[in-house]
Design a protein around this ligand. Structure first.
Ligand SMILES: NC(=O)c1ccc[n+]([C@@H]2O[C@H](COP(=O)([O-])OP(=O)(O)OC[C@H]3O[C@@H](n4cnc5c(N)ncnc54)[C@H](OP(=O)(O)O)[C@@H]3O)[C@@H](O)[C@H]2O)c1
Length: 246
Protein backbone atom coordinates (compact mmCIF):
# COMPACT_ATOMS: atom_id res chain seq x y z
CA UNK A 1 0.00 0.00 0.00
CA UNK A 2 1.31 3.49 -0.87
CA UNK A 3 2.36 5.67 2.06
CA UNK A 4 0.01 8.31 0.63
CA UNK A 5 -3.09 6.10 0.81
CA UNK A 6 -5.66 7.49 3.30
CA UNK A 7 -3.47 10.42 4.36
CA UNK A 8 -5.48 13.59 4.95
CA UNK A 9 -3.81 16.44 3.06
CA UNK A 10 -4.80 20.12 3.18
CA UNK A 11 -3.63 22.10 0.13
CA UNK A 12 -3.86 25.89 -0.05
CA UNK A 13 -3.95 27.50 -3.48
CA UNK A 14 -5.63 24.35 -4.80
CA UNK A 15 -7.76 26.22 -7.35
CA UNK A 16 -5.02 26.38 -10.02
CA UNK A 17 -1.44 25.62 -11.00
CA UNK A 18 0.79 23.66 -8.62
CA UNK A 19 -1.88 23.30 -5.92
CA UNK A 20 -4.44 21.88 -8.35
CA UNK A 21 -1.92 19.47 -9.91
CA UNK A 22 -0.77 18.33 -6.46
CA UNK A 23 -4.33 17.73 -5.28
CA UNK A 24 -5.01 15.55 -8.34
CA UNK A 25 -1.71 13.63 -8.03
CA UNK A 26 -2.18 12.90 -4.31
CA UNK A 27 -5.86 11.99 -4.69
CA UNK A 28 -4.93 9.56 -7.48
CA UNK A 29 -2.58 7.91 -4.95
CA UNK A 30 -5.36 7.52 -2.37
CA UNK A 31 -5.01 10.69 -0.28
CA UNK A 32 -8.10 12.42 1.12
CA UNK A 33 -7.52 15.97 -0.05
CA UNK A 34 -8.93 19.17 1.45
CA UNK A 35 -8.82 21.92 -1.16
CA UNK A 36 -8.54 25.57 -0.13
CA UNK A 37 -8.45 28.86 -2.08
CA UNK A 38 -10.74 31.84 -2.66
CA UNK A 39 -12.39 30.94 -6.01
CA UNK A 40 -15.20 28.52 -5.21
CA UNK A 41 -16.09 27.70 -8.83
CA UNK A 42 -12.52 26.54 -9.48
CA UNK A 43 -12.33 24.51 -6.25
CA UNK A 44 -15.62 22.81 -7.13
CA UNK A 45 -14.28 21.92 -10.59
CA UNK A 46 -11.10 20.38 -9.13
CA UNK A 47 -13.18 18.46 -6.58
CA UNK A 48 -15.52 17.13 -9.29
CA UNK A 49 -12.62 16.02 -11.46
CA UNK A 50 -10.98 14.18 -8.55
CA UNK A 51 -14.28 12.50 -7.60
CA UNK A 52 -14.93 11.52 -11.23
CA UNK A 53 -11.60 9.68 -11.18
CA UNK A 54 -12.54 7.82 -7.99
CA UNK A 55 -10.64 10.06 -5.55
CA UNK A 56 -11.76 11.73 -2.32
CA UNK A 57 -11.83 15.52 -2.09
CA UNK A 58 -13.63 18.19 -0.11
CA UNK A 59 -13.12 21.93 -0.30
CA UNK A 60 -13.47 25.05 1.80
CA UNK A 61 -13.32 28.59 0.48
CA UNK A 62 -10.43 30.11 2.44
CA UNK A 63 -8.38 33.27 2.34
CA UNK A 64 -4.96 32.38 3.77
CA UNK A 65 -4.46 35.95 4.99
CA UNK A 66 -7.17 35.37 7.60
CA UNK A 67 -5.97 33.36 10.61
CA UNK A 68 -9.58 32.76 11.59
CA UNK A 69 -10.34 31.19 8.18
CA UNK A 70 -7.21 29.04 8.37
CA UNK A 71 -8.29 27.72 11.77
CA UNK A 72 -11.75 26.98 10.35
CA UNK A 73 -10.10 25.11 7.47
CA UNK A 74 -8.12 22.90 9.87
CA UNK A 75 -11.26 22.32 11.97
CA UNK A 76 -13.21 21.36 8.84
CA UNK A 77 -10.54 18.79 7.86
CA UNK A 78 -10.59 17.33 11.37
CA UNK A 79 -14.41 17.20 11.43
CA UNK A 80 -14.71 15.54 8.01
CA UNK A 81 -11.68 13.23 8.04
CA UNK A 82 -10.68 12.97 11.73
CA UNK A 83 -7.00 13.94 11.37
CA UNK A 84 -4.53 16.06 9.40
CA UNK A 85 -1.48 14.22 8.11
CA UNK A 86 -0.07 16.80 5.71
CA UNK A 87 -0.42 20.56 5.33
CA UNK A 88 0.76 22.02 2.01
CA UNK A 89 1.14 25.81 2.28
CA UNK A 90 1.22 26.53 -1.45
CA UNK A 91 -0.92 29.65 -2.01
CA UNK A 92 1.18 32.52 -3.29
CA UNK A 93 1.50 35.33 -5.77
CA UNK A 94 4.33 37.08 -7.62
CA UNK A 95 3.58 40.68 -8.62
CA UNK A 96 7.20 41.56 -9.50
CA UNK A 97 8.24 45.22 -9.69
CA UNK A 98 11.31 47.36 -9.01
CA UNK A 99 11.28 49.01 -5.59
CA UNK A 100 11.31 52.57 -6.97
CA UNK A 101 7.81 52.00 -8.41
CA UNK A 102 6.55 51.86 -4.80
CA UNK A 103 3.77 49.32 -5.42
CA UNK A 104 3.05 49.29 -1.72
CA UNK A 105 -0.25 47.41 -2.03
CA UNK A 106 1.45 44.62 -3.98
CA UNK A 107 4.24 44.38 -1.38
CA UNK A 108 1.64 44.15 1.37
CA UNK A 109 -0.32 41.45 -0.46
CA UNK A 110 2.81 39.38 -1.10
CA UNK A 111 3.83 39.63 2.54
CA UNK A 112 0.30 38.76 3.69
CA UNK A 113 -0.20 35.77 1.37
CA UNK A 114 3.32 34.39 0.90
CA UNK A 115 4.57 34.81 4.49
CA UNK A 116 1.64 35.28 6.86
CA UNK A 117 -0.43 32.71 4.96
CA UNK A 118 2.29 30.11 5.54
CA UNK A 119 2.60 31.03 9.23
CA UNK A 120 -1.18 30.83 9.71
CA UNK A 121 -1.24 27.45 7.96
CA UNK A 122 1.45 26.14 10.31
CA UNK A 123 -0.32 27.56 13.37
CA UNK A 124 -3.66 26.04 12.35
CA UNK A 125 -2.38 22.46 12.07
CA UNK A 126 0.43 22.27 14.64
CA UNK A 127 -1.71 21.61 17.75
CA UNK A 128 -3.31 18.44 16.34
CA UNK A 129 -0.02 17.24 14.79
CA UNK A 130 1.86 17.75 18.07
CA UNK A 131 -0.87 15.91 19.93
CA UNK A 132 -0.63 12.92 17.56
CA UNK A 133 3.17 13.17 17.39
CA UNK A 134 2.83 12.84 13.65
CA UNK A 135 2.54 15.18 10.71
CA UNK A 136 4.17 16.73 7.67
CA UNK A 137 4.24 20.43 6.75
CA UNK A 138 5.25 21.26 3.18
CA UNK A 139 5.88 24.91 2.32
CA UNK A 140 6.28 26.13 -1.24
CA UNK A 141 9.17 28.55 -1.65
CA UNK A 142 10.89 29.14 -5.01
CA UNK A 143 14.23 29.37 -6.80
CA UNK A 144 13.60 33.03 -5.89
CA UNK A 145 13.96 31.89 -2.28
CA UNK A 146 17.61 31.13 -3.13
CA UNK A 147 18.38 33.91 -5.63
CA UNK A 148 17.45 37.59 -5.98
CA UNK A 149 16.94 39.39 -9.29
CA UNK A 150 15.94 42.94 -10.23
CA UNK A 151 12.20 43.52 -9.66
CA UNK A 152 12.20 40.48 -7.39
CA UNK A 153 13.27 41.98 -4.05
CA UNK A 154 9.97 41.66 -2.24
CA UNK A 155 8.96 38.35 -3.85
CA UNK A 156 12.39 36.89 -3.02
CA UNK A 157 12.16 38.28 0.52
CA UNK A 158 8.89 36.39 1.02
CA UNK A 159 10.34 33.17 -0.40
CA UNK A 160 13.55 33.46 1.67
CA UNK A 161 11.21 33.90 4.64
CA UNK A 162 9.36 30.69 3.76
CA UNK A 163 12.68 28.82 3.85
CA UNK A 164 13.73 30.42 7.16
CA UNK A 165 10.37 29.66 8.77
CA UNK A 166 10.39 26.07 7.54
CA UNK A 167 13.93 25.41 8.79
CA UNK A 168 13.04 26.94 12.17
CA UNK A 169 9.93 24.76 12.28
CA UNK A 170 12.06 21.69 11.52
CA UNK A 171 14.39 22.46 14.40
CA UNK A 172 11.46 22.99 16.80
CA UNK A 173 9.24 20.09 15.79
CA UNK A 174 11.53 17.23 14.70
CA UNK A 175 11.40 15.98 18.31
CA UNK A 176 7.63 15.68 17.88
CA UNK A 177 8.05 13.50 14.79
CA UNK A 178 6.75 16.27 12.51
CA UNK A 179 8.41 16.37 9.09
CA UNK A 180 9.02 19.55 7.10
CA UNK A 181 9.72 20.01 3.41
CA UNK A 182 10.67 23.13 1.46
CA UNK A 183 9.73 22.93 -2.22
CA UNK A 184 11.52 25.43 -4.49
CA UNK A 185 10.22 25.35 -8.05
CA UNK A 186 11.81 27.07 -11.03
CA UNK A 187 9.63 28.18 -13.94
CA UNK A 188 6.36 26.21 -13.92
CA UNK A 189 3.36 26.76 -16.16
CA UNK A 190 0.56 28.29 -14.05
CA UNK A 191 -1.40 31.49 -13.54
CA UNK A 192 1.39 33.01 -11.42
CA UNK A 193 2.77 35.51 -14.01
CA UNK A 194 -0.77 36.95 -14.33
CA UNK A 195 -0.17 38.71 -10.99
CA UNK A 196 2.48 40.99 -12.59
CA UNK A 197 0.86 44.39 -13.18
CA UNK A 198 3.69 46.01 -15.18
CA UNK A 199 3.12 45.10 -18.88
CA UNK A 200 6.83 45.29 -19.85
CA UNK A 201 7.92 43.12 -16.97
CA UNK A 202 5.05 40.73 -17.69
CA UNK A 203 6.25 40.20 -21.29
CA UNK A 204 9.85 39.69 -20.10
CA UNK A 205 8.62 37.02 -17.66
CA UNK A 206 6.40 35.44 -20.36
CA UNK A 207 9.56 35.13 -22.49
CA UNK A 208 11.48 33.57 -19.57
CA UNK A 209 8.57 31.18 -18.92
CA UNK A 210 8.82 29.72 -22.44
CA UNK A 211 10.95 26.95 -20.87
CA UNK A 212 8.45 26.33 -18.06
CA UNK A 213 7.67 22.76 -17.02
CA UNK A 214 4.23 21.36 -16.11
CA UNK A 215 2.82 21.79 -12.61
CA UNK A 216 2.68 17.95 -12.53
CA UNK A 217 6.48 17.96 -12.16
CA UNK A 218 6.14 19.72 -8.80
CA UNK A 219 3.19 17.53 -7.80
CA UNK A 220 5.35 14.42 -8.32
CA UNK A 221 8.14 15.90 -6.16
CA UNK A 222 5.64 16.63 -3.37
CA UNK A 223 4.25 13.09 -3.63
CA UNK A 224 7.81 11.73 -3.36
CA UNK A 225 8.38 13.65 -0.11
CA UNK A 226 5.08 12.41 1.37
CA UNK A 227 5.49 8.78 0.37
CA UNK A 228 8.79 8.27 2.23
CA UNK A 229 8.62 6.14 5.38
CA UNK A 230 7.74 8.32 8.41
CA UNK A 231 11.33 8.23 9.77
CA UNK A 232 12.64 9.81 6.54
CA UNK A 233 12.24 13.56 5.96
CA UNK A 234 12.93 15.10 2.57
CA UNK A 235 13.67 18.57 3.93
CA UNK A 236 14.30 20.51 0.75
CA UNK A 237 13.98 20.16 -3.02
CA UNK A 238 14.72 22.50 -5.95
CA UNK A 239 12.93 21.51 -9.15
CA UNK A 240 13.84 23.46 -12.30
CA UNK A 241 13.29 23.03 -16.02
CA UNK A 242 16.48 21.27 -17.17
CA UNK A 243 17.31 24.16 -19.50
CA UNK A 244 16.71 26.94 -16.94
CA UNK A 245 20.04 28.56 -16.10
CA UNK A 246 18.84 30.91 -13.29
N1 LIG B 1 4.75 28.85 -11.25
C1 LIG B 1 6.02 29.05 -10.94
O1 LIG B 1 6.86 29.23 -11.84
C2 LIG B 1 6.47 29.04 -9.52
C3 LIG B 1 7.84 29.05 -9.25
C4 LIG B 1 8.27 29.08 -7.95
C5 LIG B 1 7.36 29.09 -6.91
N2 LIG B 1 6.03 29.08 -7.18
C6 LIG B 1 5.09 29.12 -6.04
O2 LIG B 1 4.13 28.11 -6.21
C7 LIG B 1 2.95 28.45 -5.48
C8 LIG B 1 1.73 28.17 -6.34
O3 LIG B 1 1.73 29.05 -7.43
P1 LIG B 1 1.32 28.63 -8.91
O4 LIG B 1 2.51 28.75 -9.75
O5 LIG B 1 0.55 27.37 -8.91
O6 LIG B 1 0.39 29.90 -9.30
P2 LIG B 1 -1.19 30.07 -9.49
O7 LIG B 1 -1.68 29.16 -10.56
O8 LIG B 1 -1.39 31.53 -9.65
O9 LIG B 1 -1.77 29.58 -8.09
C9 LIG B 1 -1.77 30.39 -6.96
C10 LIG B 1 -2.82 29.87 -6.00
O10 LIG B 1 -2.79 30.66 -4.80
C11 LIG B 1 -4.13 30.97 -4.45
N3 LIG B 1 -4.19 32.18 -3.65
C12 LIG B 1 -3.72 33.41 -3.97
N4 LIG B 1 -4.03 34.28 -2.98
C13 LIG B 1 -4.72 33.57 -2.04
C14 LIG B 1 -5.31 33.90 -0.79
N5 LIG B 1 -5.28 35.14 -0.29
N6 LIG B 1 -5.93 32.92 -0.10
C15 LIG B 1 -5.99 31.66 -0.58
N7 LIG B 1 -5.44 31.29 -1.74
C16 LIG B 1 -4.82 32.24 -2.46
C17 LIG B 1 -4.87 31.07 -5.78
O11 LIG B 1 -6.24 30.77 -5.58
P3 LIG B 1 -7.45 31.83 -5.51
O12 LIG B 1 -7.09 32.98 -6.43
O13 LIG B 1 -8.63 31.04 -5.96
O14 LIG B 1 -7.53 32.22 -4.07
C18 LIG B 1 -4.23 29.95 -6.56
O15 LIG B 1 -4.87 28.73 -6.31
C19 LIG B 1 3.12 29.93 -5.09
O16 LIG B 1 3.51 30.00 -3.72
C20 LIG B 1 4.26 30.40 -5.96
O17 LIG B 1 4.98 31.47 -5.41
C21 LIG B 1 5.56 29.04 -8.47
Amino acid sequence: MSNIQDKVVIITGASSGIGEATAKELASKGAKVVLAARREDRLKKVQEEIQKNGGQAIYKVTDVTSYEQMEELAEYALKEFGKIDVMINNAGLMPLSPLYQKKINEWDTMIDVNIKGVLYGIAAVLPSMRERKSGHIINVSSVAGHLIGPAGSVYSATKFAVRAITEGLRKEECVNNIRTTIISPGAVTSELPETISDPELKSAIDEFYKVAIDADSIARAIAFAIEQPSDVAINEMIIRPTVQEL
